[in-house]
Write a protein that binds this ligand. Sequence first.
Ligand code: DGL
Length: 267
Amino acid sequence: MDNRAIGVFDSGIGGLTVLREIIKTVPYESTIYFGDTRRVPYGPRDLNEVKKFVFKITGFLYEKNVKMIVIACNTSTAAALKDLKEHYDIPIVGVIEPGARTAVYNTKNKKVGVIATEGTVKSKAYSEEIAKIDPEIKTYSVPAPLLVDFIEKGILEGESLDRTINEYLKPLFEAGIDVLILGCTHFPLVEKRILACSGNGIKVISSAVETARDVKKILKEKGLRASDRNKPERVFYETGMDSKFFEVGKMFLGEEIKEVIKVKLDM
Ligand code: DGL
C-alpha cells in the first residue's frame, strides 16, 4: 500500500477532464493537480520549449513526493513523454497512446480523425501511435487552436463556438472518418457541442477514461495502490493569476475546488 499522491498536470484547466476520470476510477487515491495557466496555450509553441516546461513541472511534482505522474496534456505528451520516462524512476503516463488504442478499437472503416493543438498535429504522435497498432488505418489530423481559447475563457457554448467547431470538422467529414479523437484534454469540456456538430454515425473519443484505466492497472502492477481506508486529498496548483479554474473546474470536476495554490515556477 502506498498512500502518496498521484501528480497530474496540464497547461491549463483541460487536464481536469482527466483528473475527473482518475478520481472516478481510483477514488481512494490522493491527487495533486498542476495547471500551468500562466503559459497556456502550449499548442502553438515549439515542442522543445514545451519539453522544458514539462520537465520543470514534473520536477516540482516529484519534489512533492508523488508516486506517479499523469501528463494530462496531449501537447506535453507529444513533446516529452519518452524523455521523461527515461529520466524519472516513477511511472509516467501520457494521454496519446490510450486515445489511439481506443480509436483503433472503434473504427470500422479504418478512417480516424483527430482534432488537436498545432504542436500535437505537427508531432504526428497520433498517426504514428495508430499506425503502430494497425498500419492500415488512415489518420486525418486537424489543428483546432481556437477551441482552447474558447475553453480557457470559459466559453463552452454559443453560435461562434459551434461555427468554429464546424469549420474544423468539415475536412474530417469530407475524408469520411467514422471515429473522431479529441486529441486535446481541453476538448471534452465542449464535447456536447462537438457531438451536436458531428451528427450521427461518428464515435467521439476522449482519452481520459482509457488513461484512468491505465493508471489503475499500473498502480496495481507496481504495488502502488493506496489503502481503501485512505482519506484522499485533492491539492491544486496553478501558475496564472486570473484563470477560470474555480468556475470551469467546479463544473467539470463535479467537486468543488476549495483552494488553488498559486505558484511561481521559473522556466
Ligand atoms: N491541454 C492541451 C493539450 O491537450 C491543450 C491546450 C494547450 O494548447 O496548451 O494539448
